[in-house]
Design a protein around this ligand. Structure first.
Ligand SMILES: Nc1ncnc2c1ncn2[C@@H]1O[C@H](COP(=O)(O)OP(=O)(O)OP(=O)(O)O)[C@@H](O)[C@H]1O
Ligand SMILES: [Mg+2]
Length: 394
């Protein structure tokens, strides 16, 4: 059959991350082939479907089967999302499992191990249920902006196989403060009725409002409503709170979360991997990635993503400039993303930048690495450096 290899490739790619809808449509295609005597093609699709079904069974849906016994209705595109009565704006955004990210952000081994332990509890839901136990179902994720917290929360939901009901707490606060408690109540009862992960993003929004002396009484009521609702959700579904300002959270709120997971900014060991992922298909070598990581030390994963995006554009439009001059330009245009001391060093003359790189013990650049970055030979570099030392002596 003409173009079958393209159809097959399309199906294979769709089944690499299968949803019920994808499987159903490919089954329809297989049946249509069969009906029209295209047996070989139908067989080939059956093969693809059975591989996909076996991986699909091992992944989230297996957890979901047990979970369905445990909790409410399925959310569909027809499900009515609660709205703020005053403004009619929806109180939450729904992300279906197929729209959630399949890739975990790049974290250090110990953070990954901690995350894995949460997922394992859910994968072993049946075993725990047999012993009358449940997986941890409240998790507070905190850390600096742009470190991948919201992404991680969505990824966790995908692993569990449940859609996300994402609530931005600041959006929940009605300009008519009196309705905020009602909004919180409506939202929690919606979450209790449905199979979902309740993701409370920007969780600190309520805490921030406490600084407003005019609203003390009302804020107390809002915090109390939140606490009561968190309590009544104990043992139901999975609730994830995400915040950048953990210090603003009330200790009573902290206590409500069984798991408290801090996401650090990427370390110098992790950053090259993050940059490599975001820079793909541009393939920089190890030294170049280490150099870029050094330039943005202390930045977040989101900053690294921004650098990679900028860099890709510059790489395509400006083939003449080398990596060092590109990063100098980036530093000028992104002053908030590069720490000021480092920005100064980057802006310095080549010789000073070279010796700063060589003297940084954390990164241990070798002379041959620095020579490579500046497009010179190691012996040219050592001559330049000894000249610099002589000047220093004068
Ligand atoms: N460690 C990381 N590995 C890969 N990607 C990352 C990492 N950290 C952040 N990102 C990317 O940065 C972007 C922003 O991430 P996300 O929105 O999850 O951050 P956040 O911690 O929730 O930020 P904020 O606190 O500002 O809400 C996403 O595209 C995410 O994939
Ligand atoms: Mg976020």
């Amino acid at each position: 059959m003409e173009y079958f290899n393209i159809i097959q490739a399309l199906c294979r790619s769709a089944l690499s991350n299968p949803s019920n809808a994808t499987i159903h449509q490919i089954e329809r295609l297989r049946d249509a082939f069969e009906k029209n005597g295209l047996t070989k093609e139908a067989k080939s699709l059956s093969g693809l479907l059975s591989t996909a079904n076996s991986t699909f069974d091992m992944a989230p849906s297996r957890i979901q089967k047990s979970f369905i016994k445990w909790q409410g209705e399925k959310i569909t595109s027809k499900t009515q999302i609660p709205v703020d009565k005053e403004t009619s704006t929806p109180l939450a955004e729904i992300f279906f499992v197929e729209d959630l990210p399949a890739d975990l952000p790049i974290f250090s081994e110990n953070v990954k191990t901690a995350i894995e332990s949460i997922v394992v509890e859910w994968k072993e839901f049946d075993k725990l249920a047999d012993l009358n136990a449940q997986p941890s179902n409240t998790c507070l994720i905190y850390g600096s902006p742009g470190t991948g917290k919201t992404h991680l929360a969505k990824w966790l939901a995908k692993q569990i196989g449940l859609p996300v009901v994402l609530v931005r707490l600041d959006g929940l606060m009605s300009s008519f403060l009196g309705t905020t408690s009602r909004n919180i109540g409506n939202l929690f009862s919606f979450a209790a009725k449905h199979q979902c992960v309740l993701l409370l993003d920007e969780f600190d929004a309520i805490a921030k409002l406490r600084n407003d002396p005019q609203e003390v009484g009302e804020i107390k009521r809002v915090v109390n409503t939140l606490l009561q609702n968190l309590d009544s959700r104990k043992g139901i579904g999975f609730t994830i709170g995400v915040t950048n300002h953990e210090s603003l959270l009330d200790p009573a709120i902290w206590r409500r979360f069984e798991v408290q997971l801090e996401i650090p900014r990427p370390s110098p060991e992790i950053m090259p991997g993050i940059l490599k992922t975001f820079l793909s298909p541009i393939d920089l070598d190890e030294v170049e990635l280490k150099f870029l990581s050094w330039c943005i030390e202390g930045a977040s994963g989101a900053d690294a993503q921004m650098l990679a995006k900028w860099f890709k554009r510059a790489y395509i439009l400006d083939k003449e400039s080398n990596l060092v001059s590109l990063i100098r330009r980036f530093a000028l245009l992104n002053s908030g993303r590069i720490e000021s001391k480092r920005r100064n060093i980057i802006a310095h003359a080549d010789e000073e930048l070279k010796s700063s790189l060589l003297n940084d013990d954390k990164y241990s650049f070798k002379q041959k690495d620095v020579a490579l970055l500046f497009g010179i030979t190691p012996s040219q570099l050592s001559k330049q450096l000894s000249k610099l030392k002589e000047i220093d002596k004068i």
